[in-house]
Design a protein around this ligand. Structure first.
Ligand SMILES: C[S@@+](CC[C@H](N)C(=O)[O-])C[C@H]1O[C@@H](n2cnc3c(N)ncnc32)[C@H](O)[C@@H]1O
Length: 214
């Protein structure tokens, strides 16, 4: 049941970690972590009652004991012994809201956003989190950057904030192609802009000798 993205996230968890999987949905990742004894403890939460019901059913079927919480981010999480939070499969704005509501004891975030990676890296840096590691995987023809943020004053340069620090050459070739596409589009826009400036210039020339005839 566990996909490559969730397996990769699991590979970034240490045995000593006390983990919360925020936005757990089916709780596949929490179940995988618990079953394989990959961390010290794990709890799972989700904002959706329907998702959490499914998670609880899966946990029961796996015969495991994983506490679950119906919670928007950390708002309803009582456990203070946590030190690691996984937030995956939601957008950057939601992730940043969740991170801002996290208690101080969370020292490590493992994040896989659906969008706006550069913005996410920059805002996490502003919140005092340094991207210690980034792995980019490709699944169903889509790239998924998975980032490990730790509490630190260390700062990455602008280039790393924009493009990340994975060592996946396929991903970087994809980014280069994206930049080339933008340049091609910009060229077209510039040519069309010049055309319009010429039109205005011609119109103004036409206008000069014209007398109002009404
Ligand atoms: C696509 S699933 C992601 C499941 C899993 N984490 C993954 O990456 O495969 C997104 C889940 O995020 C939950 N979610 C969205 N906003 C949330 C929030 N503010 N707090 C907690 N869960 C949230 C949704 O209810 C949904 O179950």
């Amino acid at each position: 049941m566990i996909n490559l993205k969730l397996k990769t996230i699991a590979s970034l968890i240490n045995k000593s970690d006390h983990v919360i999987d925020v936005a757990c949905d089916h709780a596949y990742l929490a179940i995988y972590l618990k079953k394989n004894k990959l961390c010290q403890s794990v709890i799972a939460s989700d904002i959706s009652a329907q998702a959490l019901n499914g998670a609880e059913k899966n946990i029961k079927e796996a015969n495991l004991d994983i506490p679950t919480f119906l919670s928007d981010g950390f708002t309803n999480i009582p456990d203070k012994s946590l030190d690691t939070a996984i937030i995956a499969g939601v957008g950057t704005y939601t992730i940043l809201d969740i991170v801002k509501s996290a208690p101080n004891n969370i020292k490590k975030f493992i994040i896989s956003s659906n969008n706006n990676y550069a913005y996410l890296r920059e805002k996490m840096a502003n919140l005092g989190f340094y991207c210690d590691k980034e792995i980019v995987i490709k699944e169903h023809n889509k790239f998924y950057p998975i980032m490990v943020f730790i509490k630190s004053n260390k700062k990455d340069n602008k280039f790393k904030l924009k493009y990340g620090k994975s060592n996946n050459p396929e991903y970087f070739n994809y980014l280069i192609q994206k930049e080339k596409d933008i340049i091609n589009k910009l060229d077209k826009i510039s040519i069309s802009k010049i055309k319009h400036y010429m039109e205005i210039h011609n119109l103004k020339k036409c206008l000069k000798g014209k007398k109002q005839d009404y």
